[in-house]
Design a protein around this ligand. Structure first.
Ligand SMILES: [Zn+2]
Length: 418
């Protein structure tokens, strides 16, 4: 939830005209997408919100895929209040993750672990429980303060080479540096990688998770393209980035998080570990699938267009019959979907089970958001599950809706009316 006053920044966004990873200007527009407001900027009272370009550009030099408009990070993250530790399942997840990373890295208690984008310190707490020294870095001032108060020392800063030097000065070199889902968030990613290089011990490892471009393309996860995510990484683009920074990508694993992600392991160039065969194998697979070819994105564009025509066609027919249509979900991906499928004026209201989103207005289009009870109270005939990745649990939780004659409609990966 954003609480910032109306754009106070002189330059809320700029258009990237070169590759933000390798500086090449050989950028090609490969996936035109509709402009949208900042995806998570749900409002308590409607006010005009700027819309920013969301199309994807491919670097023909290094294979990097990046979003067109780079929105100022203060507009995206300064008042970020998402706290990971709130969910019990996630705490267990972080314990398991900490155990795996420590095993992979071959480190022992007492070593230093630094988490970049540490949020409320959930991951670091898991390391702490096992006897590691920990330092967090997170620019969200309020969350960083709370993490420090709770015993996880957290610097309320953006991670830069200079900050890395300061941490190393005070705490010594890091055996493990982690970054989960923030490694696509900064237009200064090469500097962030440089910070990692400076902070790592000679035998230290950097472990990160990012959304995987191959999953985005294959599983129609294009609605995860929004302004918090500047980069859509592949093994090829990551290998290049680390190679240019004096680092080496030595391990990759495909994981299920966010619909399809990569977990990568990196060491300083010439470090003690041999590279896992999976790195070359997956890079080869990307080649076989023409992942970095414009035609791959053109095909994705056609699939999006066809899914839009099917879904919007159905909604328009239902509305013509006088049906009342609600949308289920109020998240940044829903903002992407509403913009791309032009759903403003087609859905009467949105519902969401997250209390923070209830009684707000959607970014840019200002569709009202209510608790899911509104499906019944406001007598929706149709509920379009815009948070389609959760279609199963949502439909199960609202069996009563269909029993009362309501219909669920699922727009992606292709139209379904269960
Ligand atoms: Zn590039």
């Amino acid at each position: 939830m954003m609480t910032l006053p109306e754009t106070t920044l002189a330059r809320p966004a700029y258009r990237a005209t070169h590759c933000l990873l390798c500086r090449s200007n050989r950028l090609e527009l490969v996936l035109p997408l509709a402009r949208s407001a900042v995806g998570n900027e749900y409002l308590h009272a409607p006010r005009p919100q700027p819309k920013f370009a969301r199309s994807l550009w491919l670097c023909r030099e290094c294979g990097n895929v990046q979003i067109e408009d780079v929105v100022h990070p203060d507009l995206l993250f300064r008042s970020y209040t998402y706290a990971t530790g709130h969910s019990l399942g996630l705490v267990e997840h972080f314990r398991g993750y900490a155990r795996e990373v420590a095993e992979d890295a071959g480190t022992s208690p007492g070593a230093l672990v630094v988490d970049v984008g540490s949020n409320d310190g959930s991951l670091l707490r898991a390391f702490q429980e096992s006897g590691y020294r920990v330092v967090g870095v997170d620019p969200a001032v309020e969350i960083a303060g709370r993490a420090s108060d709770a015993g996880v020392p957290t610097l309320p800063e953006y991670f830069t080479p200079e900050l890395a030097d300061e941490i190393r000065e005070e705490y010594g070199p890091a055996s493990v540096v982690t970054a989960n889902n923030v490694f696509a968030h900064s237009d200064r990613l090469p500097e962030m990688a440089e910070g990692v290089r400076r902070l790592l011990a000679p035998d230290g490892v950097f472990v990160f998770e990012v959304s995987y471009l191959l999953d985005i393309v294959q599983k129609m996860l294009w609605d995860t393209v929004y302004h918090e995510h500047l980069f859509y990484h592949s093994v090829r683009s990551l290998r290049g980035l680390f190679g240019r920074t004096g680092l080496e990508l030595i391990g990759v694993r495909r994981i299920a998080s966010k619909g399809g992600s990569l977990r990568g392991t990196v060491q300083r160039a010439g470090g003690p570990r041999p590279a896992d065969h999976e790195v070359a194998r997956l890079a080869g697979w990307e080649e076989v699938l023409s992942l970095h070819h414009p035609e791959t994105f053109a095909r994705l564009g056609r699939r999006i267009q066809s899914a839009k025509e099917d879904f919007v066609g159905l909604i328009d027919r239902l509305r013509a019959q006088g049906k009342r249509v609600a949308g289920y979900g109020a998240s940044p991906t829903v903002t992407s979907l509403v913009s791309e499928f032009e759903l403003a004026g087609r859905v009467d209201f949105l519902v969401d089970d997250n209390a923070v989103k209830q009684h707000t207005y959607s970014p840019g289009d200002h569709i009202p958001v209510y608790p899911s009870a509104a499906l019944y109270e406001r007598e929706a005939d149709v509920a379009a599950i815009l948070a389609w990745n959760y279609a199963g649990p949502i439909a199960a939780r609202h069996a009563r809706f269909t029993e009362r004659g309501g219909r669920f409609v699922i727009p992606l990966p292709s139209l379904r009316v269960p």
